[in-house]
Design a protein. Structure first.
Length: 279
């Protein structure tokens, strides 16, 4: 089994994409409108940032959750006790960004958010009527202008051999949000869990865009769209000497959006942040 790659420009792209989401929790798009040159520029410039001490000037705020999160406070995936091997920077619409990196990041955030609205329209249009009826408002409207949508610039450092036993770059987890939009990384390692418990490599063809379902869409759709467990495994051989940069955009609704009878977007988010130990 392989994750299919959908041509964004194909006449039936929406149907193919949503079918892939429904079957695997993931969709892979090619020929999408986000410029590869912009992604490559961000990868290069943020690698330099993570290699510098400047990052210490942007230590994260517990209140606003923006800024730089060092490896010492990296997430522990739900159900795990060992920290992931990563560091990252959180960008929100009103959050801090180093001045020399801001133009590219803000432009990427804008383009990816706009494109995400198209994808959410696809999801809604291709959903059965009884599933659409569960959405309290249009999916695109849930994120329109949301200041909760998060761009995370992730850096997985080269392996040193001194890692904590059992630690991997990102332990198996589901995302919290509606959808996650992710350009293919500069290095492989992302895997999705199959229904039989095995693992499937996610294509990392440079220029592809990877989209996966988060827990909030699973909640809002009454389980019709599955939030798939995924992970980033440690590289071996020569690849273990290389960094990996990743640029997930986590689409978060406005806090007051009703996901289900049990949750608003805010109550769901706060519960998960407490579980992750970052709140």
């Amino acid at each position: 089994m392989q994750l299919p790659t959908v041509d964004y420009k194909a006449p039936d792209a929406a149907a193919q994409f949503v079918e892939s989401l429904r079957n695997t929790g993931f969709g892979v798009l090619k020929n999408h409108p986000i410029p590869q040159s912009l992604v490559e520029s961000i990868y290069k410039n943020w690698q330099d940032f993570f290699n510098s001490e400047q990052k210490q000037d942007f230590l994260f705020s517990k209140d606003t959750q923006d800024g730089y999160f060092p490896p010492s406070v990296s997430e522990v995936a739900k159900g795990f006790t060992i920290k992931d091997i990563k560091e990252y920077f959180h960008v929100y619409p009103k959050g801090r960004v180093p001045a020399e990196l801001e133009a590219d990041v803000r432009e990427y955030y804008r383009l990816a958010s706009e494109f995400a609205g198209t994808l959410l329209n696809w999801v809604q249009a291709e959903s059965p009527a009884d599933v659409r009826a569960k959405f309290s408002i249009d999916l695109k409207g849930m994120i329109a202008g949301s200041e909760q949508t998060l761009l995370r610039i992730l850096h997985y450092p080269p392996m040193t051999g001194d890692e904590e036993p059992g630690a991997i770059r990102a332990a198996a987890h589901g995302d919290i949000n509606l959808l996650t939009v992710l350009p293919a990384s500069n290095e492989p390692g992302l895997q999705v869990q199959k229904t039989d418990g095995g693992w499937l490599d996610v294509p990392c063809d440079f220029g592809s865009l990877i989209i996966n379902i988060g827990d909030m869409l699973q909640e809002a759709s009454g389980g019709y769209f599955p939030s798939t467990i995924h992970r980033v495994i440690n590289p071996t051989g020569k690849a273990s000497t290389k960094s990996r940069i990743s640029l997930p955009l986590f689409l978060h609704p406005h806090p007051e959006v009703v996901l289900s009878e049990r949750y608003t977007a805010d109550s769901y988010l706060q519960e998960r942040l407490r579980e992750l130990g970052v709140k």
